[in-house]
Ligand binder design. Structure first.
Ligand code: THU
Length: 140
């Protein structure tokens, strides 16, 4: 289970990413902080594109940074987001990001922290947000 201090660190790291979020089209800024099993936090922001489709979500930026450095075991991710970077509601991960989580994380243990501030957050398992998800195990 995640302790309060770890959750706070993850929320701070995710909020810190809002400054780097590149959103000239939607103005919707998202920050993510991915906690690896090794204790390291990998951060990510959304990165938009004039052709729209190549846009990368904050969560996938964080996953791909970690995996590209050889890290593939994860405990939890914290996600924050809002128009112009103003946090008023939870930003749940999109379907594509949930699928990327299915690739690397155990649905019953991986924790997804949705936050609007240090005080206001909720924790879900990947299984809750992606019931009956398709993953590497289905190909065996
Ligand atoms: N976005 C994310 O970064 N993560 C999500 O899970 C939901 C959507 C981004 C993509 C795009 O830059 C903006 O939010 C509006 O869809």
């Amino acid at each position: 289970m995640l302790d309060e201090k770890t959750i706070r660190n993850m929320i701070s790291a995710a909020i810190g990413q809002l400054a780097f979020s590149y959103t000239p089209y939607s103005y919707f800024k998202v920050g993510a902080a991915l906690l690896a099993e090794n204790g390291e936090i990998y951060t990510g922001c959304n990165i938009e594109n004039a052709a729209y489709a190549p846009t990368n979500c904050a969560e996938r930026t964080a996953f791909f940074k970690a995996v590209s450095e050889g890290v593939k075991d994860f405990q939890a991710i914290c996600i924050v987001g809002g128009k112009d970077g103003v946090l008023t509601e939870y930003t749940p991960p999109c379907g594509v990001c949930r699928q990327v989580m299915m690739e690397f994380c155990r649905p019953d243990t991986f924790q997804i922290i949705l936050a609007v501030s240090q005080e206001e957050y909720e924790v879900f398992s990947l299984k809750e947000l992606m019931p009956m998800g398709f993953g590497p195990g289905n190909l065996l």
